[in-house]
Design a binder for this molecule. Structure first.
Ligand code: KG4
Ligand code: ZN
Length: 351
């Protein structure tokens, strides 16, 4: 299976094999990050992203085939992210996949990017259904119950910013550069996480949703009150912010695991983390503690597969293809595409 990913600022392609027993093998996984293109703007510029995908995608696909030692003729099907994401970029990848599908006479699989994140733990760790996924990336923060391929139930989401976005905004206001997550984490190591008591929005409410914009505003007001900031101030603000989000994520994950135990009695709860923020050690450590307390298994795939990549798209395509699901060439790219829509389900007569 060839997988193509172009929904944000990574141009990516991969060749992944799924054998009949469901075992995976990543033959190649080529990712070209566009960090340099967007660095001067402090964030991803959609039009620049789409243009860079046009420039590089063909080469990335060729490299993925070369590294895997296969020709395009030898792949069984072609999967591409068809949404959600920046529509210009999604169109580049999906249109390329359609062209290959038509020219090579191979089936097309239009992959929901969130499904690709959701199924990654099966690619990397062979995790069995059902499990709870916490997706924390630059565009999403959600809990999803993953019952099977195409069968998802969203339990909570963010009502404003995504967690990665909050990291990026805090980094920007502290002049730490982009992407912000790794920069905030690095500088927080020399900071005091207790110096500032930032708010934990929504945490008192009994729902599995997130809200990060009030926290970000509190960080901004604190930074303005202290300006000009010393290096220690920046480190302390970063550490205190990180402590706040780690607590928020951990408390919510604990609540989600309680719900899992209630709704799926007798099944050992599994928490699977996906998305770039999964790289954050403070958050991962907080989640480890929560899972131990809830007697749940925590699965954190290797970070290169938590962030956007082609292998996860190829794998999601392979999982759908194994169940007989393919898509027509007129499949329309979708800027928004919630995972729990009915049309994610695989028709019973597909296989
Ligand atoms: O999943 P991803 O590569 O891209 C999508 O958004 O789909 O996630 C990128 C996000 C960025 O917001 C970045 O700041 C954040 O993940 N991130 C981190 C860390 N590494 C990346 N956030 C916190 N700590 C990190 N170590
Ligand atoms: Zn993503």
């Amino acid at each position: 299976m060839l997988g193509i990913e172009t929904s944000c600022d990574e141009t990516a392609a991969a060749i992944v094999v799924r054998d009949q027993s469901g075992k995976s093998s990543i033959r190649s996984n080529v990712v070209r990050s566009q960090l340099d293109e967007h660095a001067a703007f402090g964030g991803v510029v959609p039009e620049l992203a789409a243009r860079a995908h046009v420039t590089y995608l063909d080469h990335i696909i060729a490299q993925a085939c070369r590294e895997a030692g296969v020709t395009l003729d030898e792949v069984d099907a072609i999967a591409a992210t068809a949404g959600p994401g920046l529509i210009g970029g999604v169109l580049v990848g999906l249109t390329t996949a359609k062209a290959l599908s038509a020219a090579l006479d191979k089936p097309l699989i239009a992959v929901n990017h969130l499904e690709a994140h959701a199924l990654t733990a099966r690619l990397t760790n062979g995790v069995a259904f059902p499990y709870l996924m916490l997706l924390v990336s630059g565009g999403h923060s959600q809990f999803v119950l993953v019952r099977g391929v195409g069968d998802y139930e969203r339990w909570g989401t963010t009502i404003d910013d995504a967690l990665g976005e909050a990291f990026d905004k805090v980094a920007k206001l502290l002049s730490l550069g982009h992407p912000g997550g790794p920069a905030v984490e690095r500088i927080a190591m020399s900071g005091d996480p207790k110096r500032f008591k930032f708010p934990r929005p929504l945490l008192r409410e009994a729902r599995l949703d997130f809200s990060f914009s009030g926290l970000k505003t509190a960080v901004r007001l604190q930074a303005e009150a202290l300006a000009p900031l010393s290096d220690q101030d920046v480190a302390d603000i970063s550490a205190s912010f990180q402590a706040a989000v780690a607590e928020i994520v951990a408390v919510r994950a604990g609540q989600a695991l309680v719900r899992f135990a209630d709704e799926l009695p007798g099944i050992v709860p599994q928490l699977v983390v996906a998305g770039g923020v999964a790289a954050n050690r403070t958050i991962a450590t907080a989640l480890e503690a929560v899972c131990i307390k809830a007697s749940a298994t925590l699965v954190v795939p290797p970070i290169a597969l938590c962030t956007d990549n082609g292998a996860m798209v190829a794998w999601a395509g392979a999982e759908r293809f194994a169940l007989g699901a393919t898509d027509k060439l007129d499949f329309t790219a979708r800027p928004r595409w919630p995972l729990d829509l009915e049309d994610m389900k695989i028709a019973p007569d597909a296989a």
